[in-house]
Design a protein around this ligand. Structure first.
Ligand code: ZN
Length: 273
């Protein structure tokens, strides 16, 4: 049975070579209703203009990517990260995004336990601003291969621990199949996050068995070894009703024709999500 597109969203980063305007018209052409906007695609327009474009498009803005990167060696750098995160929340408000996705950060050489403490402290410090602006902070656990420099939050359980500690309806979890598929606790943690009301984002792509690049070689759904419908069902059984956001970083795909790439994404979404 084919999956319909009613809950399909695509990250602007998936269409990296395209401007925001090009991605908006591409999604309109294929009938994808949702869009998650990356800040680098927002930046050439500014949030005000981009917000007007998005509202006029009729697309639903599913999230702003991304905030986070909380840990740093010294206090001024951690403060600067908080300033930037508040700016991301402002941008989310301006473009109508209900959440900011957090890639939590890590510093090479810093003990992971210390990085995790700084991440907790950063999110706790940011929460009042998120709450005041009614924008959710979505903690995205990253695959452990990124623990050195991108995120010291590597499992759903670690993300849940932060949610439990901060205890706010404005702090939740974005689950990305690329990052959680290997985790033996993925299903049980999806259930826990869903039951607690913390599951606010769900990202799809695939894990290429012969991965050629640690960052920019994600597979199209159906092209790798992740049982996406299984994880999606686990999220939905836990009460998740949000969008399935297609987030694919692929140097190979970005080098080709983007209209054909978008058509391939829609076809794969229908078949394998
Ligand atoms: Zn993701």
């Amino acid at each position: 049975m084919l999956t319909d597109l009613t809950r399909c969203s695509i990250h602007t980063m998936t269409m990296r070579p395209w401007s925001l305007a090009q991605t908006i018209s591409g999604l309109q052409r294929v009938g994808v209703p949702g869009i998650t906007v990356w800040r680098q695609h927002l930046q050439p327009y500014g949030a005000e203009v981009a917000g007007r474009m998005l509202r006029a498009s009729g697309l639903r803005v599913t999230a702003l990517c991304r905030g986070g990167f909380f840990p740093a060696k010294d206090k001024p750098a951690r403060e600067a990260a908080l300033v930037d995160n508040r700016r991301a929340i402002d941008e989310a408000v301006t473009i109508g995004a209900p959440m900011v996705v957090l890639v939590c950060g890590a510093v090479p050489g810093m003990p992971l336990s210390e990085a995790r403490q700084q991440i907790h402290d950063g999110i706790a410090a940011l929460e009042p601003y998120a709450k005041a602006n009614r924008v959710k902070l979505a903690i995205e656990p990253l695959h452990p291969l990124y623990a050195a420099d991108r995120s010291a939050v590597n499992t759903m359980a670690q993300a849940r621990a932060i949610c439990e500690a901060v205890r706010s309806p404005w702090v939740g979890i974005a689950a990305d199949v690329y990052h959680i598929w290997w985790d033996p606790d993925a299903e049980v943690e999806l259930a826990r996050a869903g039951a607690a009301g913390w599951l606010c984002g769900f990202h799809v792509c695939d894990w290429r068995v012969e991965t050629r690049d640690l960052l920019n070689d994600r597979g199209l759904m159906g092209e790798g070894c992740i049982d996406i419908p299984h994880l999606r069902n686990a999220a939905e059984r836990a009460g998740f009703t949000g969008f399935n956001e297609v987030e694919i970083f692929s140097t190979t795909r970005w080098a080709g024709d983007q209209d054909a790439w978008l058509d391939a994404i829609v076809d794969a979404y229908r078949r394998y999500t």
